[in-house]
Design a protein around this ligand. Structure first.
Ligand SMILES: C[S@@+](CC[C@H](N)C(=O)[O-])C[C@H]1O[C@@H](n2cnc3c(N)ncnc32)[C@H](O)[C@@H]1O
Length: 279
């Protein structure tokens, strides 16, 4: 594993010095045979083993009809496996010979996949529900702001490499290789005014570091730290102590536009609806 990592990293930095592989102008070769370790634009080609591919798609809970994109799709195996699960699969690959090969592989597998030649850093994949990666740590980090701007709840899964300070929500060991999963969190940091029917508005301050959340609430002029704050994609929950009826448990969904709604539960009372807006 260390060897593969060193190979990938060496090839990744060496590739900065290499001239680019032939672009669209060179027609792909029908007789092209890929070689594991061959140069790529930003990273060499090494295919993800089948068991890791399946685990990545399992972790991401790929559903029929969902849009799945593999960035740096190589021979197309991840996108093809996603298409076999009924996903609308797409692959973006810089090497035109690999694109042609992946199209042949999809045809042989009897599935439809949209394989496009292009640079992952120029491509628009913002409509994807699931993004799959087998790149390098520095490339994952470069993608991080783009991924964090995707809709809350988008799943990102990576073979082997992580994403710097954005720690995975889950990591599985598959025969010595890591499969990581991240759920894109809603952007919820800031000051919120929370309205619960029949109660004065409540001010809640949320501080967010990726999917990690903390904050406090101003209740009757007193500040209480939020208890059990949790953010998973658009789903948010936290407890506020010190309310008139005791601890209030807020559970709802947030969008990136500064709106939140859901239900609040207080011991011994019927759950009530709440809405919140960020100032
Ligand atoms: C390690 S391989 C992974 C292949 C495939 N995703 C898999 O897991 O089996 C990385 C792939 O990314 C491609 N690649 C490298 N830099 C790229 C870029 N900037 N844009 C698109 N593809 C790129 C390489 O040609 C190679 O096929």
């Amino acid at each position: 594993m260390q060897l593969l990592r060193r190979q990938l990293i060496a090839a990744g930095s060496a590739s900065l010095l290499l001239p680019l592989l032939p672009g669209c102008a060179t027609p792909p070769r029908e007789d092209f045979k890929p070689v594991v370790g061959q140069a790529g634009k930003d990273v060499i080609w090494v295919p993800t083993p089948d068991a890791v591919v399946e685990r990545m798609l399992d972790m991401a809970e790929v559903k029929r009809g969902e849009r799945v994109v593999d960035l740096g799709s190589g021979d197309g195996k991840i996108a093809i496996a996603a298409a076999k699960r009924g996903a609308r699969a797409r692959g973006i690959e810089f090497n035109p010979d690999m694109v042609a090969l992946s199209r042949r592989n999809a045809r042989e597998a009897g599935v439809e996949v949209d394989f496009a030649q292009g640079d992952i850093f120029q491509a628009d994949f913002s409509d994807a529900d699931v993004v799959t990666l087998y790149l390098l740590p520095n490339l994952n980090e470069k993608l991080r702001p783009i991924l964090l701007d995707m809709k809350p709840g988008t799943r990102v899964t990576s073979h082997q490499f992580t994403m710097g300070p954005w720690t995975p929500d889950r990591t599985d060991d598959v025969s010595g290789r890591d499969a990581h999963l991240w759920i894109v969190p809603a952007k919820v940091g800031g000051t919120w005014t929370v309205r619960v029917e029949g109660e004065p508005p409540l001010q809640v301050e949320l501080r967010q570091q990726f999917q990690q959340l903390e904050g406090d609430a101003l209740v009757g002029g007193e500040r209480f730290a939020l208890e059990l704050p949790r953010l998973r994609g658009p789903a948010i929950r936290f407890d506020v102590r010190g309310g008139p009826g005791g601890t209030m448990r807020f559970e709802g969904t947030a969008d990136n536009g500064g709106r939140m709604d859901g239900m609040v539960a207080t011991a011994g009372a019927q759950p009530r609806r709440f809405t919140a807006t960020r100032s």
